[in-house]
Design a binder for this molecule. Structure first.
Ligand SMILES: Nc1ncnc2c1ncn2[C@@H]1O[C@H](COP(=O)(O)OP(=O)(O)OP(=O)(O)O)[C@@H](O)[C@H]1O
Length: 122
């Protein structure tokens, strides 16, 4: 079982959950986004958003937290591979942060589409 196809997949899932827990425990940017995710879920519950709006909201939350998690991994990798200041490292980190910016921008646009009608009417 241990080295079977299924055993490896289950172990991989365990490592992934450990990684998610490490992100939540140690990374301030992920912690902030997690709190924002809880707040928008409370907003969704208060405004009684539709099933499709919940799906879009969870998609946006997943998109931002995934991008931020990968950005954190890229930053850690860059610091490990080259701890000193280097313009290439700066470029790599800026590009990884840019990916988070795209995800966050899309999330804000989705939030606007969902909540604008509930707050300001159609
Ligand atoms: N080793 C480096 N060489 C060149 N530029 C760097 C380097 N480290 C960081 N930078 C620049 O600083 C920006 C911020 O980097 P980074 O996110 O690692 O710093 P930080 O804000 O201290 O990170 P965190 O608080 O998430 O640990 C990068 O996007 C990059 O422009």
């Amino acid at each position: 079982m241990k080295n079977s196809f299924l055993g490896k997949r289950i172990r991989g899932g365990g490592y992934a959950m450990k990684g998610a827990w490490l992100l939540l425990k140690h990374e301030p940017s992920i912690q902030v986004q997690f709190v924002i995710a809880i707040m928008v879920c409370i907003a969704g519950w208060i405004f009684g958003i539709s099933r499709m709006e919940w799906i879009l909201q969870f998609f946006a939350i997943g998109l931002v937290m995934s991008a931020e998690g990968l950005n954190t991994a890229v930053e850690a990798m860059a610091d490990f591979v080259h701890p000193d200041f280097h313009s290439k490292i700066g470029h790599i980190k800026d590009v990884a942060a840019g990916a988070v910016f795209f995800a966050a921008l899309i999330a804000v646009i989705i939030a606007g589409f969902i909540y604008y009608p509930y707050i300001f009417g159609n």
